[in-house]
Design a binder for this molecule. Structure first.
Ligand SMILES: Cc1cc2nc3c(=O)[nH]c(=O)nc-3n(C[C@H](O)[C@H](O)[C@H](O)COP(=O)(O)O)c2cc1C
Length: 168
């Protein structure tokens, strides 16, 4: 078992993603930090970086996470692995369901992190998503608006998958 310092950074406008991020962090034994507060110090010594956010507008990443990603591009990053999760509404925003997962995944990959934790898209009912790559999303998709009862099990299964993929 490796010594793994994991940091979860979340962007949440009305608090839904914040609550989910606390659960994800709990499963990972990590701390959860609001994207608005996340600076280079917060990432110091981090090996495994998890980003999570909701979607606003039409497939836009939540504002605090979008701002974090702009800052992240010029930060020194020690993490070698990363994963992302996104919250969306597959009924109300069926054409842009969890689109911003793609932006978070792109930001991590752009900094050279090895992205783990892709997630099957077949358990959802939506029309289109930028986050979908073939049969999978590039991270965990959660929908607290329409299927909150599935979230806890999805988080547990995803975190197990992450630990296997990074050989924790
Ligand atoms: C105005 C508005 C726009 C939204 N746009 C999207 C969207 O494009 N794609 C999506 O999957 N969900 C979308 N959502 C759903 C939110 O991402 C979802 O409700 C989320 O749980 C909010 O989390 P938060 O409270 O952490 O910000 C939208 C919700 C609202 C109210």
């Amino acid at each position: 078992m490796k010594e793994m310092k994991t940091v979860v950074i979340y962007g949440s406008t009305t608090g839904t993603t914040e609550a989910v991020a606390q659960d994800v962090a709990g499963e990972l034994g990590a701390v959860a930090i609001a994207a608005a507060d996340a600076d280079a110090m917060a990432l110091d010594g981090c090996n495994f970086l998890v980003l999570g956010a909701s979607m606003w507008g039409m497939g836009d990443l939540q504002d605090d996470m979008a701002d974090f990603i702009s800052r992240f591009e010029s930060m020194d990053v020690t993490a070698t692995c990363g994963a992302v999760f996104g919250l969306g509404d597959q009924v109300g925003f069926s054409d842009s369901f969890v689109d911003g997962i793609a932006d978070m995944a792109g930001a991590l990959a752009g900094k050279g992190l090895n992205l783990v934790g892709d997630w099957p898209a077949d358990g959802y009912a939506f029309s289109a998503s930028r986050a979908q790559d073939g049969t999978h999303f590039s991270g965990l998709a959660l929908d607290q608006d329409n299927e909150p009862e599935k979230t806890a099990d999805r988080i547990v299964a995803w975190v197990l998958q992450l630990k296997k993929e990074v050989q924790w």
